[in-house]
Design a protein around this ligand. Structure first.
Ligand code: MN
Length: 286
């Protein structure tokens, strides 16, 4: 199942080049009032919502051309975004060699440096584009496989980890290069792009065998395969959950391969991950 969010918070079931408007399924969500839960309600109720979405689509829900919609982040309210630094060997080498990337920061292996958090306020969908927050700095694209957690867990064993996954999407971990902490440089508004939609695990044979690529203005910049991740998806979930309770809607960004490069206002990025779709994201001036 491929579920998207579009326009003014509508819910869609992606069917090829069309989207069935299944917003009516959201009435199954439990009514909540302040204080709101620290997880994403839709993801926490994905089985029920997905079944109702399929029923509505089969019953003749209104359809739209995919290209006519403004796609939002498939996760509206992630409780946290946990990200892996340098999780591909060739990107580790690239980061250590390029002063424009490392800025005298010591680039350590992920096993030693661990993971970091991005502000949830940095999450946007592809249609918003990315506004360059610090034009005085180098601002880079990083394409990453994004994993959306579906089930609460702490100290999740790698062997059980994929059972905690609600789905996958493309993630762009946009980055201001410089000397500050990663959590600051990677958290300006809009610097975490998620999209184009959430693909549930039944549609994906193996998250550890996915081609990923990003072009800027039609020129290929990053191309890799998730088989080259240093710490794979199950072990990342085990690692993250040894520090944090993972909850429905939490997002794990799994790290970027080599080929990160600067983007400028006016550029158009097109990101593609095998089985998860393709999304175009424009770069704007702030
Ligand atoms: Mn990254």
């Amino acid at each position: 199942m491929k579920l998207c969010r579009f326009n003014e918070g509508r819910l869609g079931l992606v069917l090829g080049e069309e989207v069935a408007d299944v917003t009516a399924a959201l009435r199954l969500l439990p009514a909540r009032s302040y204080p709101f839960p620290d997880h994403d309600l839709l993801v926490a109720n994905l089985d029920a919502i997905g079944a109702e979405a399929a029923r509505l689509a089969a019953a003749g829900a209104e359809r739209h051309a995919l290209g006519s919609l403004r796609l939002l982040s498939p996760v509206a309210n992630p409780g946290k975004v946990v990200a892996a630094p340098v999780n591909y060997l060739k990107h580790l080498a690239e980061a250590r060699e390029d002063k424009g990337i490392h800025h005298q920061n010591q680039i350590l292996e992920i096993q030693r440096v661990g993971m970091f958090l991005k502000a949830t306020s940095s999450v946007e969908g592809p249609s918003a584009g990315v506004k360059i927050a610090r034009p005085d700095r180098r601002n880079d694209h990083e394409i990453e496989l994004a994993v959306v957690i579906g089930k609460t867990g702490r100290n999740i064993a790698a062997g059980d980890a994929l059972g905690h996954v609600a789905g996958y999407c493309i993630g762009l971990d946009m980055t201001v290069r410089g000397p500050e902490e990663r959590s600051m440089r990677k958290s300006p508004d809009g610097y975490t792009v998620l999209g184009p939609w959430l693909t549930t695990p039944d549609e994906l044979a193996d998250p550890g065998q996915l081609e990923l690529a990003i072009t800027v203005n039609g020129e290929i910049r990053q191309r890799a395969n998730t088989r080259d991740l240093i710490i794979k998806v199950p072990e990342l979930i085990e690692f993250a959950s040894s520090f944090y309770t993972l909850k429905p809607g939490d997002v794990l960004l799994t790290g970027t391969p080599e080929g990160v490069s600067q983007v400028y206002p006016g550029d158009l990025m097109v990101a593609d991950i095998e089985g998860l779709g393709r999304m175009a994201v424009a770069i704007h001036a702030d």
